[in-house]
Design a protein around this ligand. Structure first.
Ligand SMILES: C[S@@+](CC[C@H](N)C(=O)[O-])C[C@H]1O[C@@H](n2cnc3c(N)ncnc32)[C@H](O)[C@@H]1O
Length: 215
């Protein structure tokens, strides 16, 4: 049995219903242990008219990749989606904790599952795949694209929100990601005016929608 998680601090995310999702973050840990801005932008985008204020996700199968705390998948389940929320095995207990914490606020369902990019598959048909701030690691760009391709059906929609970082090798990683993605998907940038008016940031090139054309 995994050790209990201690020393968390909570990030509250207000939803359109006026309820608050409570997302535990770890005081100490790897980058996935806190809610990143890209996750907030994407979570709140789910509640916009582009998703009929979340209604569009009701009963839909959703996969979140590199979920960290699970914020995006939990929001998707809050509005009625059935979400499989994934990350490296070490993050599964934190995601489970956050699903448990918010269970009473979920209209749909949420389940945590380990999924290492490029290695694992969680076989199912997904209507939506969400990823926030995952264009981050040099060694995992190719595996991430493989995982996206492996999990996309003909009509799967992918929403990717990422922080447009300008330091180090990050611009190069972003170019590489979109170059590889363009071999499989059409991408379209979501206009800022479609995003949540409070949770959109000019610094975030957010919510790239990718539709699978052919593999
Ligand atoms: C910058 S964090 C973003 C976390 C969360 N999506 C958010 O925006 O708050 C990147 C996440 O990708 C996960 N990750 C990194 N490499 C991975 C891999 N090879 N397979 C699966 N997840 C991975 C990390 O564990 C981490 O949770």
């Amino acid at each position: 049995m995994a050790a209990p998680i201690e020393n968390t601090f909570v990030r509250e995310v207000e939803t359109n219903t006026g309820q608050f999702l409570k997302i535990h973050q770890l005081e100490v840990g790897d980058v996935g242990c806190v809610v990143w801005d890209a996750a907030l932008v994407l979570s709140k985008y789910i509640e916009t008219p582009d998703f009929k204020n979340g209604e569009l996700l009701q009963g839909k199968k959703i996969l979140e990749l590199g979920a960290g705390t699970g914020c995006v998948g939990i929001m998707a389940a809050h509005v009625g989606g059935d979400a499989i929320i994934t990350d490296l095995p070490d993050f599964v207990p934190l995601i489970q904790m956050n699903i448990g914490e918010n269970r009473a606020l979920l209209k749909g369902s949420a389940r945590a599952q380990p999924l290492t990019w490029g290695q694992d598959t969680v076989a199912d048909y997904y209507h939506y795949i969400f990823l926030a701030d995952c264009i981050y690691y040099d060694e995992s760009i190719d595996p991430l694209v493989k995982t996206l391709v492996d999990h996309c059906g003909e009509d799967t929609k992918v929403f990717c929100c990422y922080e447009e970082r300008i330091t180090g090798n990050k611009p190069q990683l972003q170019r590489k990601f979109f170059q590889l993605i363009s071999e499989h998907f059409d991408t379209e940038e979501i206009p800022l005016e479609h995003q949540d008016s409070h949770f959109r940031t000019l610094g975030l090139k957010s919510n790239t929608e990718a539709t699978l054309v052919s593999i």
